[in-house]
Write a protein that binds this ligand. Structure first.
Ligand code: B12
Length: 246
């Protein structure tokens, strides 16, 4: 557990620094209470909350357009980007236990397997805001990041971001125009239309194989990223930037 001379804030800063040192592009912390109150968690009652969980650490990995293969779905733990995130969360989990006696649970991607809604969680940790494209937009990488999270059994100091970050306010929203299915035509995101595109992408990738399953996919599925890659926010090659706790 926390040593007597280490404050909760010191520990929280140390955790963020460790996550970045392990290869996360961004890291944030939120209380479980804030995440429970976020729109997707209020809307869906299917999330399983471990009884001892008190805070959530959220990690982001940049997925720049220059490295498209990070996002290709081959079914082996999803994508190469997700494998990297899994590796970082596992190392962070071991470090938390060994150095601080903190028990952490690495959360799965899907809600029905015990995961949480990651965009809402990252927004609660002030890592970015939900944009017109319905994605988490971060100041440094725009929406071109992927997320993963850990529950921990102790309270931590939530990360804070700038309240002035309003990336969609004066934007002409090229994301809306870019969608091949016009999923934003009604003024908000239409999940069914987006899913139609995903099914199209799966068929495209499965032409050369016949496994009968999309979960192990060779060649990999190259899911549409139009609403993400058209977003002008953030820079592809900018150095990693940390979020500070106050
Ligand atoms: C199921 C799922 C899908 C489904 C359905 C998506 C949906 N939005 O319903 C399909 C397959 C269609 C899909 C598509 C895509 N997905 Co997806 N998907 C998920 C998954 C597993 C759960 C999302 C979900 O069901 N949300 C619940 C629904 C009801 O809510 P929602 O549409 O997200 O809208 C909520 C938020 O916007 C929130 N909200 C709005 N304003 C605010 C403000 C604040 C302050 C807060 C806190 C919340 C908030 O309230 C809304 C209603 O609940 C997550 C991973 C995870 N565990 O979270 C990834 C995830 C959201 N997907 C992701 C991505 C990248 C994509 C795609 C670009 C495809 C791709 N190449 O990967 C598209 C983009 C779609 C889009 N523009 O939204 C990333 C998002 C990264 C980011 N920068 O935000 C995630 C987090 C996965 C990851 N690996 O990191 N996805």
């Amino acid at each position: 557990m926390m040593s007597s001379h280490q404050t909760e804030q010191d520990l929280s800063v140390a955790i963020i620094e460790k996550a970045l040192a392990l290869g996360a592009s961004l890291a944030g912390i939120s209380s479980l209470q804030s995440i429970r109150q976020s729109p997707s968690h209020l809307y869906s009652k299917n999330v399983r909350w471990p009884s001892k969980a008190k805070a959530v650490i959220i990690l982001a990995l940049k997925h720049p357009s220059t490295e498209p293969s990070l996002d290709w779905w081959d079914g082996n733990q999803g994508t190469a980007g997700n494998r990297k995130l899994i590796s970082i969360t596992r190392q962070l989990k071991r470090w938390l236990k060994k150095n601080h006696g903190i028990v952490a649970n690495d959360l799965p991607y899907y809600i029905h397997k015990g995961g949480i809604f990651l965009k809402d969680s990252a927004a609660c940790a002030a890592m970015g805001v939900i944009g017109k494209n319905n994605l988490l937009i971060t100041p440094v990488y725009g929406p071109r990041i992927r997320l993963r999270a850990l529950f921990v059994n102790c309270t931590l100091t939530p990360t804070k971001g700038s309240k002035d970050f309003l990336p969609c306010e004066n934007c002409q929203a090229p994301c809306i125009e870019a969608c091949p299915q016009n999923a934003f035509e009604s003024g908000s995101y239409d999940r069914l239309l987006c899913q139609k595109q995903m099914e199209h992408d799966e068929k495209e990738s499965s032409i050369a194989k016949n496994t009968g399953s999309f979960y192990l996919s060779d060649p990999p599925i190259k899911y549409c990223r139009a609403c993400e890659l058209s977003c002008p926010v953030g820079h592809e090659d900018k150095d990693d930037e940390r979020i500070v706790t106050e």
